[in-house]
Ligand binder design. Structure first.
Ligand SMILES: *Cc1c(COP(=O)(O)O)cnc(C)c1O
Length: 469
């Protein structure tokens, strides 16, 4: 018993040796990764069987257990660190971000209140403000979240609180009719959960038609808002997507901002993945109008490649954050009310999420990130050329690094193409719906992707075509 407990807090020398051993095992895996399938096939029963080897009534050595876990994981997950992963924005995590998570886990600061974690709170504030400046001078507040969904949810709560001073006490019934939320039909579907969680109900989500090329149709948007007003509902919130998840399309931000102004509504921009493009001067104009948003969602755990979960909400109104998340609890240390994260965010106990981005920025620099993002864009352009040279048609026109495509004859079963590419193992793509029709999707997600991996994808696609005769 006591021998097992020495594993809880080993000596410094022991810690070092254990961390070294586990790091070596992970390093081996990463070194070999590109020669193994991106998505090894596994079934629930065999996974459960292998997990039975871990016996909580007969605990084992930390390094042994950790090495075993890494081995089991290797055969049972999609590998984001694989250069052939043309996937769903999941990051090729940068090493400084991993070091940051080790520091965070090791010292485990509590960021609920400033006075408990002064330096961590100030580190996050510094990153938020520097990032905010890329979106407009007024974005001087905000905070880290677990992900884009929490940031979007936070924005909805801000909008509802601002729109009706009784919302905090009475909830949705404070509003005349339904308090409505407007997003495009191509937006991230978490909006339905968010409406549910916010208490306005899923029926309050208005999915606005798109314009045929994947962007919110602003004529429909304005018409729907009018209809809701005439029907006795209260239009509250417009969320434009800047970089749709399936196709990287950017809603017309300026028109959406104008409509929000006209109807006195909150204007949010969900730029979870695509927003990172703002750090590149020659590309930042693709999101012109974003500076007019009341709030913006970003995900550092997507294009900026820090470990999950690291979302960000940018905002212009710190007092409103305080109004929305205010609490008084006698057992909490009295503090600098305007700076305490637990009175300005959804979370209470708070992990030091922001260190991942701070450490990565302090080591790679904004320029390092610019280099990575430009490389993704170059590969995307190159892949578009390769696809069209090989009988595939790109159907989206995104300024970001994601391509939706289909066989030029539209004769293939695209689900079977995905299955075939998956079985080939060298690369990973998905299929999505774009403007109502099934298409293939390849996003330059991995920062390790090189020309060879593009060629691998083209050859796997060709093999899939041949298979279908
Ligand atoms: C990824 C994404 C989200 C959800 O973010 P999570 O970090 O997965 O919670 C929301 N909106 C868009 C546009 C996204 O790309």
């Amino acid at each position: 018993m006591s021998e097992n407990l020495t594993r809880a807090w080993p000596s410094n020398a022991e810690r070092l040796s254990q961390q070294g051993a586990v790091a070596e095992r992970i390093g081996d895996l990463l070194d070999r990764l590109q020669h193994t399938p991106v998505a090894p096939q596994s079934d629930a029963e065999s996974i459960r069987e292998s997990l039975r080897e871990f016996d909580f009534d007969d605990p084992a050595d930390t390094v042994l257990v950790a090495e075993k876990v890494v081995e089991v994981m290797q055969g049972g997950m999609v590998h984001m660190m694989h250069p052939g992963y043309f996937g769903l924005f999941n990051p090729t995590v940068v090493f400084p971000g991993i070091i940051a998570d080790i520091i965070t886990a090791s010292l485990n600061p509590q960021l609920a209140v400033w006075s408990h974690a002064a330096v961590p709170v100030e580190i996050e504030r510094r990153v938020i403000q520097e990032l905010g400046a890329f979106f407009g001078p007024e974005f001087d507040t905000g905070h880290f979240t677990t992900g884009g969904s929490e940031a979007n949810n936070t924005a909805v709560l801000l909008a509802l609180t601002k729109a009706n001073s009784q919302f905090a006490e009475e909830g949705a019934k404070a509003f005349k009719g339904l308090p409505c939320l407007y997003v495009s039909a191509e937006s991230h579907l978490a909006w339905h959960k968010i409406a549910h969680q916010s208490g306005i109900g899923r029926a309050a989500v208005r999915l606005i038609e798109t314009d045929g090329i994947g962007r919110m149709d602003v004529v429909h948007l304005a018409r729907r808002i009018e209809e809701d007003r005439n029907a006795g509902n209260t239009p509250v919130f417009i969320a434009a997507t800047a970089g749709t998840t399936n196709a990287g399309m950017i809603d017309p931000l300026i028109e959406c901002a104008d409509i929000a102004d006209q109807f006195n509504m909150w204007f949010h921009v969900d730029a979870a993945w695509g927003g990172a493009i703002r750090i590149i001067p020659e590309h930042s104009a693709v999101m012109s109008g974003i500076e007019r948003a009341d709030s913006i969602t970003l995900d550092a755990h997507k294009w900026l490649a820090v470990p999950m979960g690291a979302g960000i909400l940018l905002c212009k109104d710190n007092d409103l954050l305080g109004e929305t998340f205010r609490v008084t609890a006698s057992y909490m240390p009295e503090g600098l009310a305007a700076l305490d994260p637990y009175t300005h965010t959804m979370q209470w106990s708070r992990r030091f999420i922001g260190l991942k981005l701070f450490l990565s920025l302090a080591t790679l620099g904004w320029d390092g990130y610019r280099h990575l993002l430009r490389k993704s864009l170059t590969h995307s352009t190159r892949l578009a050329v390769l696809l069209s040279e090989n009988g595939w048609s790109v159907v989206n026109d995104s300024p970001l690094a994601v391509l939706c495509f289909e066989d030029s004859d539209r004769a293939l079963d695209l689900e079977k193409v995905v299955a075939s590419v998956m079985a080939d193992g060298r690369t990973w793509i998905s299929s999505v719906k774009f403007e109502g029709r099934r298409v293939l999707r390849a996003c330059i997600t991995s920062h390790h992707t090189e020309e060879d991996n593009l060629i691998d994808l083209i050859s796997a696609l060709e093999a899939a075509r041949v298979e279908q005769g």
